[in-house]
Design a protein around this ligand. Structure first.
Ligand code: PMP
Length: 308
């Protein structure tokens, strides 16, 4: 379980953990009207503690808010600084960060008046491997969910919004109830979409495929990182619809996300993926990914931002 911090950044100030409270009538509690990010900071040998893809996460937070016409009363720069500050002020060397913008106690009317400002918070916590340390090496057992991801033009999966995570909760709770480490959702057309909180890659005969953004996914920053790392290593990555059976016939499947990092999938619906262990390309990508933080992969895309 995450271990929390002493201070939380809330509406422009770092305040004690116990004081970072909202009212029970907060709009976001009743209607899911929040947008958020999950971000990681890593302890690097050369640049100290660095936030991974800070600008891209902050940009996505503003993008999610834009989709919902939310007004975040801070600038991109201020929220970058807030994320650095919570890490520094809490004395974390590495951390999981949770920025969120949400409607507080603004009344229970559904249609939020134009220009209503959100509340904004950024918390930091220590949080290890989301799907378990062992899964990073051995892989997770995943199951295809009976719940589909959201249909296009119902709720935008391109926004990282609180309400979307009811779908993710159904998928991950069902998976755990069936004894799987994580669930994989199909989109409403039956193509592979994503895990409850992770994007997916499928590898067969050295060809790497990931789902297109039209398959009801959140366009993950780890997904984008892996595409770029694989290209740097000389692989081609195709973005195209993945039928369910491709999960069974793959040599390798991997899940990725800020929390899950890069995790191999060793079986789907009880069918072993390839040899049922972490595959060679997955290992190569993992090494390249974690190498960004231990200094063995050059940060040529400028993805690391020191917290001070
Ligand atoms: N899909 C969903 C539904 C997620 O919640 C996440 C985690 N934010 C991802 C994919 C992966 O996105 P990222 O790599 O940006 O963390």
């Amino acid at each position: 379980l995450p271990s929390s911090a002493e201070k939380i950044w809330f509406n422009g100030k770092l305040i004690p953990f116990a004081d970072a409270k909202v009212h029970v009538l907060s709009h976001a509690i009743h209607y899911g009207s929040s947008v958020f990010e999950g971000v990681r900071a890593y302890d690097t040998p050369d640049k100290g503690t660095c936030i991974f893809r800070l600008d891209d996460h902050t940009r996505r937070l503003f993008d999610s808010a834009k989709i919902y016409r939310m007004t975040i009363p801070y600038t991109h720069e201020q929220l970058n600084q807030a994320q650095k500050d919570v890490v520094v002020e809490n004395g974390f060397k590495s951390a999981y960060l949770r920025p969120a913008a949400f409607y507080g106690e603004i009344g229970l009317g559904l249609a939020v008046p134009f220009n209503t400002e959100t509340d904004v918070m950024v918390a930091a916590m220590e949080w290890g491997a989301y799907l378990g340390e062992e899964a990073l090496e051995k892989g997770v057992d995943a199951g295809v969910s009976s719940w589909n991801r959201l249909a296009a033009n119902t709720m935008p999966t391109g926004a990282k919004a609180g309400g979307n995570y009811l779908s993710s909760q159904l998928i991950s709770m069902e998976a755990r109830r069936h004894g799987y480490g994580e669930g994989i959702a199909l989109d409403i057309h039956g193509y592979v979409s994503e895990g409850a909180g992770e994007n997916l890659f499928v590898i067969r005969d050295g060809v790497v495929t990931t789902t297109p953004i039209t398959a009801a996914i959140l366009p993950g920053l780890t997904r984008d990182t892996i595409i770029k790392l694989l290209k740097d290593m000389g692989y081609t990555v195709q973005e195209q619809n993945i039928p369910r059976e491709s999960l069974y016939l793959a040599d390798e499947v991997l899940m990725c996300g800020t929390a899950a990092e890069v995790t191999p999938v060793r079986s789907v619906d009880g069918i072993p993926v390839g040899s049922g262990t972490r595959g060679p390309i997955t290992k190569q990508v993992q090494d390249a990914f974690f190498g960004l933080f231990n200094g063995t992969t050059e940060d040529k895309h400028n993805w690391l931002t020191p917290v001070k």
